[in-house]
Design a protein around this ligand. Sequence first.
Ligand code: PXL
Length: 277
Amino acid sequence: MRLKKTLTIAGSDTSGGAGIAADLKTFQEHGTYGMTALTVIVTMDPDNKWSHSVYSLPIDVLKAQIKTALSTGIDAIKTGMLSTEEVIQTAGNAIAESKLDHVVIDPVMVCKGEDEVLNPGTVDAMIEFLLPKAEIVTPNLFEAGQLAGTKTPKTVEDMKVAAEKIHALGARNVVIKGGKQLVHDKAVDLFYDGKTFTLLEAEKADTDYNHGAGCTFAAAITANLANGLDVKDAVIEAKTFVTAAISNGWKLNEFVGPVLHGAKNKYGAPEITTTEV
Ligand code: PXL
């Protein structure tokens, strides 16, 4: 069988937990051949509490990378940190030209620990250029509220309302990541395919070392779609993959603890339950 090719259009997290580093490690763990088109490089200042700097690459450099990768015949594509409206439009146009079905949009708006939207116009640009092309979009609670035009969801009921609104914007499937902030005793994500809401539940991991979890989850979905899983099964496997990765998160330094991307394949799959709600 031909090796499936996966492409991420995203930023580089120099510390290795999130961004293209997470995507490539996750693609590899899923037996796909990963490729990258880099939008920004994020560095951290060890002399200033690990504060982030974001260096954008010229748009021509991004376009050349996307052209390179797409010319090889990509099976599934994922977007991550896209810094400006121009970058979002470039990614959206490239996806449209590629005519790919397997398109995973991780609508990254903030880095962990920083709570301003990267650039306010980017939300509208995501709605215009990316959501209508998404086989699935993977917002966290904050991003779901921004895309849906609602307050940040706090309960599963709020998540259902946001998921319906995001689906109506053109994303064919939506999975909202509940994460730690959700008022719930399990680690919960809500999947919506336009008809049915499915709650995915795992035990909450007792760790703060979860940097890169969102990128890892979306990258796992991307690889699973490339490998031929249907969307719901792709999401369920990705939840087991990221739950194992979070449970084995570790301390890189006093500021950041990345997930362990390879944990599921090394230590086994955790239990996930799915319930229609
Ligand atoms: O986790 C969001 C994220 C995505 N992409 C890049 C990042 C981060 C957060 O640090 O650096 C490149």
